[in-house]
Design a protein around this ligand. Structure first.
Ligand code: MLC
Ligand code: AMP
Length: 506
């Protein structure tokens, strides 16, 4: 047996001297370097006691080494578990307790607190940094640069990515080698990636978009990445003449449009702009076309399913739609109550099935069962329709979810933290249209009688508990929350009442 995902990359690998990554601080990593250094890291993982099937939790700033560590985990047969660098210690405690990793890899700056936490779950810790005593890279540098990849089949677990749940606890989406390999193959084909492509990579590498869509597609094509640690719109415009493809969330495109230097000339070497993770406004699509001459290609996916649909490479890229199901992906729109398919053009729940769809939630068989139909279709929680020309439109969400700058925020998680504060009677967290982030997290709070709790008090209290991007951009105090006859808070009424509050925001 072979290592299914890594062989998928290896079999198409270009000459070892070809570049895989060029970083913003002037370093470059060739395909040959990647093979050697991921091999050394795989040896280091083994030395740390990591065995096939063990989870390796990784919370590190974006760096080429973070990508090499991902590949080392794949090669060592471990299960890669990336964590957003914004997560607080309180959030990490849950993930480590649930996933029970063998090893936790973190940045040196957080080593002390994370080591203490990891010990409570029985995990070893290591830092990644490119140098320094005790760092995994330093340990790896002394180890052999070839490695006999651990055998893993298509259905073996390759990664766990946590995605918050509508009802509270985060769920670990289990992704197999074939989930990732099949999606990389299909996307590289549909988007016509070749070894001549140069992809601007400015996304974080701890979520599906930056890790699997961007990195895996570049790897499978033997392409090169301009690997940016942060999204900096001015710098990005300056990189365009050296690149051929950009992948980003809608906020990238909104911010790039504010750059004077963005024009047809700057984008003349580019062949493709791709957007996903959140809805791209038709007005952004139009403005982009006017400024650069390019129609942004919008696609739709999620952590559990990888990518499901894409607008066509050839053919009309229709603003406000997410295109057609990818080859191998079946997509249908159903009545959320009955599960019956609705007639073409009707709005309903989007369900998908295919080699891209995950194996289930980590140690949550009941939740997994509840989100699959008997015939194997996964219930996405997204509401949509298929139009007369078969383009898929996402028209809303059946799940109570806010997407801010491409990050998912589940209101329930924030409401629970706010409701637990002295002085708060109850709260409702909603998403309100935001010109930069798409939606702005907004808390509507009812104080307890006599309480004077302020927005600043709330911000201070949740700072240690929740990642920064989840924090409400505004807190609004009210006497009561609107409720329907069943007693359920009417979030649509609140969204209506406060729409426009961010219109003047930058
Ligand atoms: C940062 N902040 C955010 C935020 N990102 N707040 C809300 N939503 C966000 N997305 C906070 C910062 O902490 C800061 O707080 C303030 O907002 C302004 O920060 P900034 O400097 O403007 O933010 P920046 O660092 O530039 O980040 C913005 C961003 C980033 C858009 C570049 O959020 C980003 O990279 N998003 C991509 C997320 C992503 O990869 N999603 C894919 C998920 S996979 P303060 O208070 O300190 O000022 C998926 C599946 C699929 O969804 O289909 O792809
Ligand atoms: P995540 O759980 O972080 O992977 O986010 C997945 C969710 O992002 C999906 O369920 C959709 O709600 C949303 N999403 C992704 N791409 C798009 C898109 N192109 N348009 C609208 N929503 C999208």
């Amino acid at each position: 047996m072979t290592n299914h995902l890594f062989d998928t990359f290896r079999n198409r690998m270009p000459a070892p001297g070809r570049l895989l990554m060029e970083t913003d601080d002037g370093h470059s990593i060739s395909y040959g370097d990647m093979l050697a250094r991921s091999a050394q890291l795989a040896h280091a993982l083994l030395q740390m006691g990591v065995q096939p099937g063990d989870r390796v939790a990784v919370q590190v700033e974006k760096s080429p080494e973070a990508v090499l560590l991902y590949l080392a985990c794949v090669r060592a047969g471990a299960v890669f578990l990336p964590l957003n660098t914004a997560y607080t210690l309180a959030e990490l405690a849950y993930f480590l307790g649930d996933a029970k990793p063998r090893l936790v890899v973190c940045d040196p700056a957080r080593a002390t607190e994370i080591e203490a936490l990891a010990q409570t779950t029985g995990a070893a810790t290591a830092t990644l940094g490119s140098s320094g005593q005790g760092s995994l890279m330093e340990q790896a540098s002394r180890l052999p640069s070839d490695f006999h990849d651990v055998a893993r089949g298509p259905d073996d677990l390759c990664a766990i990515l946590y995605t918050s749940g509508t009802t509270g606890r985060s769920k670990g989406a289990m992704l197999s080698h074939e989930n990732l390999a099949s999606n990389a193959r299909v996307l590289a084909d549909c988007w016509r990636f070749t070894a001549d492509d140069v992809l601007i990579h400015a996304l974080p590498v701890f979520h599906t978009h930056g890790l699997f869509v961007a990195t895996n597609v570049a790897l499978i094509a033997g392409a090169r990445m301009l690997f940016e640690r942060k999204f900096d719109p001015a710098r990005l415009v300056s990189l365009l003449p050296r690149a051929t493809v950009l992948m980003g969330v809608p906020t990238f495109y909104v911010r790039l449009l504010q750059q004077d230097g963005l024009n047809e000339q700057a984008a003349s070497s580019m062949r493709l702009f791709i957007s996903g993770s959140a809805p791209l406004l038709a007005e952004t699509h139009k403005a982009w076309r006017e400024r650069t001459g390019h129609a942004i290609l919008e696609r739709y996916g999620m952590t559990e399913t990888n990518m499901n649909t894409s607008n066509p490479y050839d053919g009309e890229r229709r603003a406000g739609t997410v295109g057609f199901p990818l080859p191998g992906v079946s997509l249908r729109v159903t009545d959320p109550e009955t599960g019956d398919q609705v007639p073409q053009g009707g709005i309903g729940m989007i369900e998908v099935k295919g080699p891209n769809v995950f194996a289930g939630y980590w140690r949550m068989p009941e939740k997994t069962k509840a989100e699959f139909r008997k015939d194997g279709f996964f219930i996405t929680g997204d509401l949509g329709l298929i139009d007369a020309d078969f383009y898929v439109h996402i028209v809303g969400r059946g799940k109570d979810l806010i997407i801010s700058g491409g990050y998912n925020v589940y209101p329930k998680e924030i409401e629970s933290e706010i409701d637990a504060l002295d002085g708060v009677a109850e709260s409702a967290v909603i998403g309100i249209a935001h010109p930069d982030f798409g939606e702005g997290v907004t808390a509507v709070v009812v104080r307890k009688p006599g309480s004077a709790i302020s927005a600043a008090d709330i911000a201070l209290a949740i700072a240690e508990r929740l990642a920064k991007y989840k924090h409400p951009k505004q807190v609004i105090f009210v006497d009561d929350l609107p409720r329907n006859t069943m007693g359920k808070v009417q979030k649509n009424v609140l969204r209506d009442a406060y729409k426009g509050i961010y219109d003047k925001a930058g």
